[in-house]
Design a binder for this molecule. Structure first.
Ligand SMILES: Nc1ncnc2c1ncn2[C@@H]1O[C@H](COP(=O)(O)OP(=O)(O)OP(=O)(O)O)[C@@H](O)[C@H]1O
Length: 233
């Protein structure tokens, strides 16, 4: 069985008289330890898919599984536990707590987990050995994103969900962050999912899922993913 599975997943939002179908019978699967990119234009349904897999939103129908567990049928209480222990999130705008240092941000996340990695070692692994005592405002955008990746990894989650992780960064810094995510995936064996509108990023993925109008329009597997240095956009 696949590690991540979406089967005929539907999600709609009511907006007054109108119904917006954000996920229209979406089906796909992802294997353990894969680096997967979900790509599509604005409004395609990428964030909706990520939020449902991350336990932040529910689906109307269909089945969502992670590591054989059926996420789509968990109670609110079970979803809280699931988000806490099993999912690491990386957001476009980092979402760090401004009055906590880099180390404290990572410690806070790992304190609520069952089997976390050491926060200091995790910060060292993302290249921030010298910046642990700094507050987010004292760090560059790229460094803040490294902290947020460390915060997600230190939880030792089953899956890392990244929503446009390079969206707020310049070209070179964005590439460094993608390299870090690809390396972290390989080093830790974590399953990593990145959503983006940037088709060029697809070349570095083991698996690419193309979405449009709430549907999966294509799925590809790269037997030989490119190193980030060879990707241009
Ligand atoms: N909470 C919500 N309430 C109403 N409509 C929503 C909600 N969330 C998403 N939608 C709608 O669902 C559709 C898919 O949105 P979604 O954010 O998943 O797309 P996306 O591919 O992530 O887009 P973007 O790249 O712009 O973030 C859009 O039409 C959006 O307006």
């Amino acid at each position: 069985m696949s590690y991540v599975e979406f089967r005929d997943v539907r999600k709609s939002y009511k907006m007054g008289e109108n119904t917006i179908v954000a996920a229209d019978n979406i089906s796909f699967s992802i294997d353990k330890s894969e680096f997967c990119v979900i790509v599509g234009p604005s409004g395609a349904g990428k964030t909706t898919v990520l939020n449902m897999l991350g336990g932040m939103d529910s689906c109307d129908s269909g089945i969502i599984r992670l590591d054989t567990r059926e996420i789509s049928s968990l109670s609110e209480k079970q979803l809280t536990e699931y988000r806490r222990h099993d999912v690491g999130f990386v957001f476009q705008f980092y979402n760090l707590i401004p009055n906590l240092t880099a180390l404290e941000n990572v410690e806070l996340a790992s304190e609520i987990c069952v089997d976390p990695y050491d926060p200091r070692e995790t910060l060292i692994s993302v290249g921030l050995a010298e910046r642990m005592g700094n507050f987010p405002a004292q760090l560059s955008g790229g460094e803040q994103q490294r902290v947020s990746i460390a915060r997600a990894l230190a939880k030792n989650p089953k899956i890392l969900l990244c929503d446009e992780p390079t969206g707020a960064l310049d070209y070179a810094t964005g590439k460094h962050i993608l390299t870090l995510l690809q390396d972290s995936c390989r080093r830790t064996g974590k399953t990593v999912i990145v959503i983006t509108h940037n088709l060029a990023i697809a070349g570095m993925a083991d698996r690419v899922i193309h979405v449009k109008n709430g549907q999966v329009v294509k799925m590809e597997q790269n037997s030989d993913p490119l190193p980030v240095e060879r990707i241009e956009w």
